[in-house]
Write a protein that binds this ligand. Structure first.
Ligand SMILES: Cc1ncc(COP(=O)(O)O)c(C=O)c1O
Length: 382
């Protein structure tokens, strides 16, 4: 957060900062979705909807879950919220009591530990570094379960690493959970952004997992709709009922116009989304190659999302002009000050050896970014 504030300050001072911190597609919301929203306004679809989501959107979500994820729900299993983040928070609030334990891995999305703490539960963190391609093993999962475990938050494709768990890996994790009385909260927000023929697999579609999995998704990343704030969850009736109640008395329904836009996103032309994913794929190839050519950087190949999470710890212990590089934060501070490149320290995601770079930006910016990073790193002395 401190670095983001600094990036913004430098930009407002007119400095040519290349900011690779974006957590959202640089593409615009596709035209057909915007048209659906304008139609909704013109037709006065501007009033409260049902708290849990308009029936037409719930119908579209049911169909999406069934045809794309082999998840078979009824209306009462669905919650539409103001973003996937909102769904996640309401679900955690619905299922957690003070002192419950919630398992998730590092590198994690920054909001998981904070949300878990907000509902007075305890984060239980499994470490998964570069050597295991940022993926946990079934043994690690097994060893982290205690009698207090309430839930396991699972995120594939991952923010910040772009790691995608294969179907076989997911089946192996599910085997560990088979006999356990633990909810799985499966955050599948980057589902559609996968590369190299990798196909997303929903853990909730495994027969013995369906009664304990809450699948969370949304339109933010897959349809370039981050500002519209529509997310949704499908899960066991008793969990969804509680989350709906909480939502009803805190925020109520998600924006009616955005819901209309989301219906069109989920039910109309898929081509524009494929073009966006193809664009990310091309950039992913460029970025991984270029970064690995910089001495001392190890950048694993991400299979999804629009981030690379690369290891820079070989620079720790170097220095120049009063800058001491000792961790991911000092590494990012140095590059921002010295060559005006904005990256996110891995410490924000629970892994201090790495930094995150988003490639939701133009290829030109990426190329210029590599040059600057190289220039900055060359100056560092042992
Ligand atoms: C892993 C992950 N889950 C959930 C979200 C939240 O998405 P939304 O915009 O739908 O709230 C994000 C957004 O950055 C994310 O990276």
């Amino acid at each position: 957060m401190a670095l983001s504030a600094l990036v913004n300050r430098l930009k407002s001072e007119g400095k040519n900062v290349l900011n690779f911190n974006a957590g959202e597609p640089d593409y615009n919301t596709p035209e057909f979705i915007k048209i659906a929203a304008m139609k909704a306004i013109n037709e006065n679809f501007t009033r409260y909807t049902a708290n849990e989501g308009h029936p037409s959107l719930i119908k579209a979500i049911l169909k999406k879950f069934k045809t794309e994820n082999d998840l078979h729900f009824s209306e009462e299993n669905i919650l539409v919220s103001s973003g996937a983040k909102h769904s996640l928070y309401n679900i955690l609030n619905a299922i957690c009591n003070p002192g419950d334990e919630v398992i998730f891995q590092t590198p994690y999305w920054v909001s998981y530990p904070e949300m878990v703490k907000l509902v007075q539960a305890k984060p239980v963190i499994i470490e998964a570094g570069t050597s295991q391609s940022f993926k946990i093993t079934p043994e690690q999962l097994k060893n982290s379960i205690t009698k207090n475990t309430k839930a396991f938050i699972f995120n594939t494709p991952s923010n910040p690493t772009g790691a995608v768990y294969s179907k076989a890996e997911i089946l192996a994790l599910a085997e560990v959970l088979k006999e356990e009385d633990i909810y799985v909260i499966s955050d599948e927000i980057y589902e559609k952004i996968t590369f190299d023929g990798e196909k997303h697999f929903a853990i909730g579609s495994i027969d013995f997992m369906k009664d304990k999995t809450i699948t969370v998704n949304g339109v933010s990343k897959s349809y370039a709709m981050t500002g519209w704030r529509i997310g949704y969850a499908g899960g066991p009736k008793e969990v969804i009922r509680l989350a709906r109640n909480l939502q009803s008395h805190s925020t109520s329904n998600a924006c009616s116009i955005s819901q209309a836009a989301a219906i069109s996103a989920l039910t109309e032309h898929a081509e524009e989304i494929q073009e966006m994913v193809a664009g990310f794929h091309e950039r992913r190839n460029i970025i991984v190659q270029e970064l690995n050519e910089i001495q001392g950087i190890v950048c694993p190949l991400p299979k999804g999302a629009f981030y690379v999470f690369f290891d820079v710890h070989s620079y720790y212990g170097t220095h120049v002009n009063g800058y001491q590089i000792k961790d991911s934060a000092s590494f990012c501070h140095y590059l921002l000050d010295e060559v005006s490149v904005g990256l996110v320290p891995g410490s924000a995601f629970g892994n201090d050896n790495c930094v995150r770079m988003s490639y939701a930006c133009s290829v030109n910016d990426l190329q210029e970014g590599f040059k600057r990073i190289q220039q900055g790193l060359k100056k560092l002395e042992k």
